[in-house]
Design a binder for this molecule. Structure first.
Ligand code: ZN
Ligand code: FE
Length: 259
């Protein structure tokens, strides 16, 4: 059983630390800064960093890779179609990687960046997803490189994973995402409940992750494009009817960009 903890980085990033307690081996996901990982390793001198998983090329996800690679020799996995420092293993859709004894499926989820990948494993229970900047708790990443035609199906695919899947995304954006979710669906009791829960956690400066796919399906507007009331709000924002999931998604994303 792998233990997963967050190492906070910058103002709102999380570097996920995967730990095999029996072997005293660990791995990290998206180390944008080497510092938090180095401090953890210094405090745990009997542990070895063996693997580094990367979801996409942005600096707040890869900025610490070179230093950690030099210091530990850890194997670096990252998307094949993006420039990832020190990458040893280039990954794309359909690939599998085994890290600390867990096997992850690689899912191509373009949109935030064109080569963005996510890591899903259902070998341990509960199932886990490392979603990078694609699926956030109650939100999704901005479309910096891709199109709605790419990102909406990518998110729908993540939404179709088993509902108990624990979602580990790369940023603490949950509260601001829920403010937007409330504007989209003012009458959604699950969103209101989650907003109250998350407000309490953030008031105590606590983490709001991991989420679950089931909770995201109930409260994340970007996964709810088939809801009539969500479509209506998207239509209001655009001033015309949005007849496809992609169009509803694109409307929500453009609204959120200005929210
Ligand atoms: Zn990013
Ligand atoms: Fe990021």
């Amino acid at each position: 059983m792998i233990q997963i903890d967050a190492l906070p980085a910058f103002s709102d990033n999380y570097i996920w630390l995967l730990q095999d307690n029996a072997k005293r081996q660990c791995a990290v996901v998206d180390p944008g800064d080497a510092g938090p990982v180095q401090r953890w390793l210094a405090a745990h001198p009997e542990w070895a960093l063996t693997d580094i998983l990367i979801t996409h090329h942005h600096n707040d996800h890869v900025g610490g890779v070179e230093q950690l690679k030099r210091q530990t020799g850890a194997r670096v996995y990252g998307p094949a179609s993006e420039a990832i420092p020190c990458r040893d293993v280039a990954l794309g859709e359909g690939d599998q990687v085994t890290v600390l004894g867990q096997t992850y499926q690689v899912l191509a989820v373009p949109g935030h960046t064109l080569g963005h990948i996510a890591f899903f494993s259902d070998q341990p229970t509960p199932a886990v997803l490392f979603s990078g900047d694609t699926l956030f708790a109650a939100g999704c990443g901005r479309m910096f490189e891709g199109t709605p035609e790419q990102m909406q199906p990518a998110l729908a695919r993540l939404a179709a994973l088993p509902e108990h899947t624990q979602v580990y995304c790369a940023h603490e954006y949950t509260l601001s995402n829920l403010r937007f979710a409330k504007a989209v669906e003012p009458g959604n009791a699950d969103i209101q409940q989650r907003f109250d829960d998350v407000s309490r956690l953030r008031a105590e400066d606590r983490i709001t992750l991991p989420s679950t796919i089931g909770l995201e399906r109930r409260t994340n507007p970007f996964l709810r494009t088939s809801e009539t009331l969500v479509k209506q709000k998207a239509d209001e924002w655009k001033g015309h009817s949005n007849t496809t999931h992609v169009a509803v998604f694109a409307a929500l994303r453009s609204w959120k960009d200005q929210f």
